[in-house]
Design a protein around this ligand. Sequence first.
Ligand SMILES: Nc1ncnc2c1ncn2[C@@H]1O[C@H](COP(=O)(O)OP(=O)(O)O)[C@@H](O)[C@H]1O
Ligand SMILES: O=P(O)(O)OC[C@H]1O[C@](O)(COP(=O)(O)O)[C@@H](O)[C@@H]1O
Ligand SMILES: [Mg+2]
Length: 529
Amino acid sequence: MNFGVSTSMDVAAISIPSLHFSIKSSAAISLQAPRSRNACSVSLFSGFRRFGLRIISVKAEQASSRVTDDDFIIEDVPHLTDFLPHLPSYPNPLKNSQAYAIVKETFVKPEDVVAQKIVVTKDSTRGIHFRRAGPREKVYFKPDEVRACVVTCGGLCPGINTVVREIVCGLNFMYGVNDILGIEGGYRGFYSKNTLTLTPKVVNNIHKHGGTFLRTSRGGHDTNKIVDNIQDRGINQVYIIGGDGTQRGAALIYQEIAKRGLQVSVAGIPKTIDNDIAVIDKSFGFDTAVEEAQRAINAAHVEVGSVDNGVGIVKLMGRYSGFIATIATLASRDVDCCLIPESPFYLEGTGGLFEFIEQRLKENGHIVIVLAEGAGQDFIARDMHAAEEKDASGNRLLLDVGPWLSQKIKDHFTKVQKMAVNMKYIDPTYMIRAIPSNASDNVYCTLLAQSAVHGAMAGYTGFTVGPVNSRHAYIPIARVTETQNTVELTGRMWARLLASTNQPSFVTNSEELKEKAADINNVDISAQI
Ligand SMILES: Nc1ncnc2c1ncn2[C@@H]1O[C@H](COP(=O)(O)OP(=O)(O)O)[C@@H](O)[C@H]1O
Ligand SMILES: O=P(O)(O)OC[C@H]1O[C@](O)(COP(=O)(O)O)[C@@H](O)[C@@H]1O
Ligand SMILES: [Mg+2]
């Protein structure tokens, strides 16, 4: 797409085919995209950089319609100057930091973006890009004016304490910020608990412990009470660590703050053991959890390998997404069958689980089944006539598939097959998420935390930070909350698993399930490696 840029500053018109601009203020140009065939979300950076203008991207009404030729879409994040246009900026103190003294490019260029699509062909459209994370030349907070707070919400996962620690140390060591509060016990802590004072000394060793030093909770998100508290306490940077639910809550907090016109940056750091957060490569702590799951799978394999007709079942976390079970199975190679929420399965008849277990017991004398806790929920609910219940955040409370499946298998083989089986059931669910993060997750958590700090100090807000194709980016919160990341049954990763376990596909053996799988996975599979 080509566009002309007017050189005289007083001319407010910059014409782009089918798009018209008006310069609203010296700080930003807003695109008033008319209802046009080619309207799309556009951000223009380099053309205006030298004018000191900041371009905000807008979502045209028909964001789905793409500019056909050089389809270079930038999904930008909000900035404090979007609603506080006269906010002063200051030189980034990193400029004087000895650590960064010889860094070739200390600051991220304003036009640096990260591509969401990296598997391309010569004629590919360029697709969606996100603003690259990292330190900027200008900051919008004076270090001694910053009063930051950190809050952790939802379930545990390895590495939460590392993120908390590195937010505190990053603010203090890189930006000279000394006023940092801990919000205790999740969102409700804003209005129901006293704050903790966080210093590098206080958080020095917390990364060596699992859980969250700040404690957490589900439920209790009251946007107005939270923002009232932020305002009353004079907090001007909010770091929110949590999963998809938490990030939805963060979006509401950001919107209320913008509505009130408060100079407060809201930075979301995505967290979940389930890796169900969209757009980012994977959530922190996931690798640590998969590594810990190997110990449970290995124990099951040792147990069942030491007895006749040993049936080992290991239940792992994964409420709606079966990534932990899938990747732990691929990593282990001791697993004969992996069941996940995304893949329907059935027990009886040709191609069913019972037939497969019988075949493996005959072949090897034992079998190991890895089970995501969210697998088979509809099956169990029908079988037990159980009504659906929810937790304090509105998440589905799961029926316990582990004991249910163990009993089903025991009943089938003893009563129907007249064959005694040695059932060994292991449930390490909370064990794999309550441990401290491993070395690689610790480094990942450090980059996440520092990216969040750089973003907030540079005045960005209403963003979630995370790696997109291994490069940290600032992602609009709505982007990571609008869909949930799930294992694609039509992707190559799941095919790799089926090829490694040789388990029944369950789907290809049954027309009815094939439609169901198609529905589940009516998404672009190119994203799957
Ligand atoms: N749609 C939502 N809007 C506002 N707050 C939400 C929303 N969903 C969840 N929350 C809040 O976010 C916090 C954590 O949500 P939860 O789903 O339990 O865990 P996670 O965010 O880790 O997946 C809870 O305090 C919950 O009240
Ligand atoms: O912590 P609780 O309330 O027992 O919930 C357990 C659930 O939390 C999870 O660990 C995910 O929690 P988050 O989405 O909050 O990270 C699921 O895997 C599991 O089903
Ligand atoms: Mg969640």
